[in-house]
Design a protein around this ligand. Structure first.
Ligand SMILES: *Cc1c(COP(=O)(O)O)cnc(C)c1O
Length: 430
């Protein structure tokens, strides 16, 4: 059989940097070339060679219902019949905005954009404009899209100025972003003390999903809420993954914490390119044209994307779905825990609802430091073994694994069996 993916990948590298339109897809972290995808259905992906895989990437989060849910496909088809873009408001945008406002506890007004990156970039601009301050605090290992202010690494010590995380990010901009260890409230307190009246916002993934899944310690998010309120700093929850994932209202609903601004993406687009940012009315009213803080988009609120998002959120209104997702996810992850134990391999599982990560090692994984100390070469081997058994995991040890409504018990049993085989091979390698 010819390796069609390999063929396509070689050709793609001539005309697309790295052959991919987003770096992690290239699979360099696991040393495996990407599989080019032909189509998807339910919990399955088909590669260009026609091989079928069980998909736990779910397009990096959006496909919570599985691929091609009939209601969503129908909604897109219906919208398509009426045209693809108007550059003018539609009733469907109003319906989607209403749905988001009704569901996400802290959102009183919302603006649609085209990606999670745009959502965080716009929320940060708004926070800066609203507070009249320039600095922002983020956390190591959290990803907020690729806008300049977010591509910043921590300096060497705590509470030092940020340094550019990529060439092309100006030093003068990076120094306005301070990156601190996740779950470390003392570092936040010290930083705010060091830069009084300079910090516009703290932005955080309330449940981190981009260094693998890392949960907030008890009291951490509450502490951030308190200290931001006391210091006139806006608290931004980046719920691009967790929104409509860990509960309909996201992590803020799960933990009962009201941020000032929230960023959404992924699930709210139902698999089409969508983002949104929203929050307090007095803050959102400062966005143009009501206010003077500028943000715009030719394709924002695109009818196809809004139709897909709305159809997805309509289905997710049924809270019983989250009970089912929790049951499925518990079944899978407890099965993986058990399989690793039987195979004599140490793993740590971090999970909230239908998002979770398998780390190799013994110690609790609570921040980016501990993530980096997990055994990533074991993940590499695990990834390859699983792929050989047609299980499609994220091609990086620092990513989440997603369970969708389309994953049933039989499929997850097969996954657990495959994991056991893979763990056993790892055990033998020790
Ligand atoms: C995916 C993601 C983003 C960026 O969204 P894009 O649509 O890829 O631009 C931002 N924040 C978080 C938490 C994400 O997971």
């Amino acid at each position: 059989m010819t390796d069609r993916s390999r063929e396509l990948f070689l050709k793609a590298q001539e005309v697309i940097p790295g052959g991919v339109n987003s770096p992690v897809r290239a699979g360099r972290a696991v040393g495996v070339d990407p599989i080019f995808i032909q189509r998807a259905d339910g919990c399955y992906l088909w590669g260009a060679d026609g091989k079928r895989y069980i998909d736990y990437v779910c397009s990096w989060g959006p496909m919570i219902l599985g691929h091609r849910p009939p209601e969503v496909i129908q909604a897109i088809n219906d919208a398509l019949e009426n045209g693809t873009s108007y550059g003018a408001p539609t009733e469907m945008e109003l319906n989607l905005a209403r749905m988001i406002v009704e569901t996400v506890p802290s959102i009183e007004m919302v603006r649609m954009v085209n990606s999670g990156t745009e959502a965080t970039m716009s929320a940060i601009r708004l926070a800066r404009g609203f507070t009249g301050r320039d600095m922002i605090i983020k956390f190591d290992g959290c990803y907020h899209g690729h806008a300049d202010s977010c591509l910043v690494n921590a300096g060497s010590g705590l509470a030092t100025f940020g340094i550019p995380g990529s060439p092309g990010v100006p030093v003068d901009l990076a120094r306005l972003t301070i990156s601190l260890p996740f779950n470390n409230l003392e570092a936040v307190e010290a930083t705010i003390k060091k830069f009084p009246d300079e910090v516009a916002a703290i932005i955080i993934e309330p449940i981190a999903g981009n260094m693998g899944v890392v949960l907030p310690d008890k009291g951490f998010l509450e502490g951030l809420r308190k200290i931001t309120r006391e210091n006139g700093i806006l608290l931004i929850f980046d719920e691009v993954i967790t929104g409509f994932r860990v509960s309909p209202g996201g992590a803020q609903e799960l933990y009962s914490i009201m941020p000032d601004l929230t960023c959404l993406g992924k699930i709210i687009g139902g698999g089409l390119p969508v983002g949104a940012y929203g929050g307090r009315r007095d803050v959102m009213s400062r966005v143009a044209p009501d206010g003077n803080i500028y943000q715009a988009g030719t394709l924002s609120g695109n009818p196809l994307a809004v139709a897909a998002g709305l159809a997805t959120l309509m289905i997710l209104k049924n809270k019983e779905i989250y009970v089912r997702l929790e049951e499925k996810s518990r079944f899978l992850f407890s099965g993986l825990t058990d399989a690793a134990k039987r195979a004599g391999v140490d793993i740590v599982i971090n999970r909230v609802g239908s998002m979770g990560s398998v780390f190799f090692g013994k110690n609790p994984v609570v921040d980016f430091g501990s993530v980096k100390h997990t055994d990533t070469s074991k993940y590499r081997s695990f990834y390859r073994e699983m792929l050989a058994q047609r299980i499609y995991l994220a091609p990086s040890p620092f990513e989440a694994l997603f369970v969708s409504l389309a994953h049933n018990e039989k499929i997850m049993k097969k996954t657990i069996d495959s994991a056991f085989n893979s763990f056993k091979k790892l055990g033998n390698m020790q």
